[in-house]
Design a protein around this ligand. Structure first.
Ligand SMILES: NC(=O)c1ccc[n+]([C@@H]2O[C@H](COP(=O)([O-])OP(=O)(O)OC[C@H]3O[C@@H](n4cnc5c(N)ncnc54)[C@H](O)[C@@H]3O)[C@@H](O)[C@H]2O)c1
Ligand SMILES: O=C(O)[C@H](O)COP(=O)(O)O
Length: 583
């Protein structure tokens, strides 16, 4: 078998000329936003200056966040808060990115109207106001800022618990109303010292709440499906096996889980009944976590003493909400958990920087519908992303149509890396090249593949190959299999195998791939036709399985081969396939 590379070596850092990537690789934005070579060769700030992205801020965020966005060249920011839904729908189509808190409802209808939208940034944690599936289907990245409001929210939840236990709200109202004596008599409190606290959701806020409760000498029992025994020991809490186990015998419950289909009404009639008589309920997460009617009934029956709520099933709640008629052990705040200067500054600036960096460099931080990719990982994985994109595009041309699965396997050093985005990139380019409808991008590629019945299967293989690392993509349709492999040499991605025939091809430019019977004269005939059509050969790699068997030529051209040329090549006796792809 003969493998040769007659082409000139690529300069390190050179990229293909189709706009898929360049320099230190910023594939996510490159893929999502498209762009010319000049655009992607520019440094991030020059790129932004050329781009003229429009960002809409539709909920109030800190001025510093708005300023951070507006300071970036090429980003124009409009702040329109409190827009009626129909007004919002009318303008959303003009924007490349949207920044929200919890008031704006980013529904499927909004996302369908948002034809230019690339990213939604949530200045805060909860993303239940964003239709995540619709965003993914439309190829829109959703990012949140998970850490910026943790402490403020934990402090608020803790304040709610204290306030509820000691009747601070009703007692305060009594004093202001001139009922000092009556209020003093009515509002006997509950001491928290030594009481049993159930924390449901031991993430960032739940853990901070637990720490504060320990300082108050409360016994903390926690339920969280992702809490390990060792982490529970570290946090000095008792790990409960189920929400029921945590609530059984609890004097206080505090909720710190996201609202999803499966956590809706997590605290219901049966679970409230498990708590100790006289218990109190604290919720600073999402209203929908509690069955409010069941809570009201449990308080009316005297089993639960009261509740402290920052959040409600419907916000704003109606003025005649049944819980508002309770006289004691109640504290209500209007979704203020994250409303401190510190938290708002944190999340406002974080979201602005995340959106700016994504638009500028493709860096993905805190995305909830994409693997994240920070600047360091982006630099390290960049060449593999380029390689995966090239292999995916080639598979679309050479592999079977209507395949059942795309298998991506990682060999050697690659096997230990976080390769989620690499597989996704191969899938995206495969779909994009085969469908040609402009509707697929890195965000929605898995959803599009699923709808088409194409499975993405990933595997890591530690066995040594002749390369330090090898990326293999294989398309399968029933028993039919077609595979292509590539590696990185220096920082240059190269294709090294096409359907078990070895080649050595840099992933650049316009490739012409010809399969033929291995007999004399065919490569010459192809070369003659190329010359006759004014096509210059930049690079040529030949492979074959055995003398007189199957042969493969991968020819890099300066321009794509046109239809006439392709027909003429296909007509050469002995040629079994000829196809072109621009990388
Ligand atoms: N009131 C406010 O202003 C305010 C402010 C910030 C956050 N929040 C809400 O608080 C929630 C929690 O925030 P966080 O920063 O702690 O998030 P987090 O992701 O750090 O923690 C959430 C935890 O919930 C756990 N969890 C998921 N499903 C569960 C279930 N069924 N039972 C028990 N645990 C479960 C997760 O494993 C995770 O550890 C957010 O989703 C948001 O809705 C409200
Ligand atoms: O999930 C969150 O971060 C909180 O609910 C804060 O919401 P807000 O930004 O609307 O105050």
């Amino acid at each position: 078998m003969q493998t040769q590379d007659q082409g000139g070596e690529e300069e390190p850092g050179d990229g293909p000329v189709s706009g898929i990537r360049l320099l230190d690789s910023r594939p996510a934005a490159a893929e999502i936003l498209g762009g010319t070579l000049a655009y992607w060769r520019a440094d991030p700030y020059e790129r932004l200056a050329m781009a003229n992205f429009r960002v809409l801020v539709s909920d109030p965020i800190s001025d510093k966040g708005v300023e951070a966005l507006a300071a970036a060249p090429g980003i124009e920011v409009d702040v329109h808060t409190g827009l009626p839904p129909e007004e919002f729908l009318k303008i959303i189509g003009d924007y490349d990115a949207l920044v929200v808190r919890s008031q704006t409802k980013v529904t499927a209808e909004v996302l369908a109207a948002a034809t230019k939208l690339k990213a939604v940034g949530r200045a805060g944690v909860g993303v239940d106001n964003i239709d995540r599936q619709a965003a993914t289907d439309h190829g829109v990245i959703v990012m949140n800022t998970p850490t910026g409001n943790t402490i403020s929210t934990a402090e608020h939840a803790f304040t709610l618990m204290l306030s509820c236990a000691r009747n601070i709200g009703p007692a305060h109202a009594g004093v202001l109303a001139g009922d000092f004596k009556a209020a003093r008599k009515a509002f006997q409190g509950i001491e928290l010292n030594g009481k049993r606290l159930a924390v449901i959701g031991m993430g960032r806020i739940g853990s901070e709440f637990a720490k504060r409760a320990q300082a108050f000498n409360m016994e903390v029992v926690a339920y969280d499906p992702f809490l390990t025994e060792s982490r529970a020991r570290e946090l000095k809490v008792t790990l409960a096996e189920s929400p029921d186990a945590a609530l059984n015998g609890a004097d206080v419950v505090t909720l710190h889980v996201p609202l999803t289909e499966s956590t809706q009404h997590l605290l219901n009639e049966q679970r409230l009944a498990l708590m100790n008589p006289g218990a109190i309920v604290v919720n600073c997460a999402r209203g929908g976590l509690i069955d409010e009617a069941a809570l009201k009934a449990a308080i009316d029956s005297g089993h639960i003493a009261g509740c402290a709520l920052d959040v409600f099933e419907v916000e704003p709640p109606p003025a005649d909400h049944p819980l508002f008629s309770l006289g004691k052990h109640v504290t209500f705040t209007p979704h203020l958990g994250a409303s401190t200067n510190e938290a708002q500054e944190n999340v406002g600036i974080e979201v602005a920087i995340q959106i700016r960096d994504f638009l500028a460099t493709g860096e993905i931080r805190n995305a909830i519908n994409m693997p994240s990719l920070d600047a360091t990982a982006l630099r390290e994985l960049g060449p593999y992303l380029d390689l995966a994109a090239a292999l995916g595009a080639l598979l679309a041309k050479l592999g079977p149509d209507n395949a059942d699965s795309l298998r991506v396997s990682y060999h050697g050093d690659l096997a230990g890396k976080d390769t989620g985005l690499v597989s996704r990139t191969a899938l995206y380019r495969l779909l994009e090249q085969s469908r040609q409808d402009g509707q697929v991008n890195l965000v929605n590629a898995p959803a599009v593949a699923k709808a088409m019945g194409l499975d993405l299967v990933e595997s890591t293989i530690n066995a040594q190959t002749e390369f330090n690392d090898l990326l293999v993509v294989e398309l399968r349709k029933g028993d039919q299999k077609f595979r292509i492999a590539g590696t990185i040499i220096g920082r240059s991605p190269r294709i090294v195998e096409i359907d078990r025939l070895f080649v050595d091809v840099p992933i650049t430019g316009h490739l012409l791939i010809v399969r033929n019977d291995d007999r004399p004269g065919i490569v010459g005939a192809v070369g003659t036709l190329l010359g006759q059509h004014g096509q210059n050969i930049a690079n040529l790699s030949l492979g074959r399985d055995k003398s007189g068997g199957n042969a493969l030529s991968v020819i890099e051209l300066d321009a794509p081969a046109d239809g006439d040329l392709m027909s003429a090549i296909r007509a050469i006796p002995g040629v079994t396939l000829a196809t072109g792809v621009s990388l």
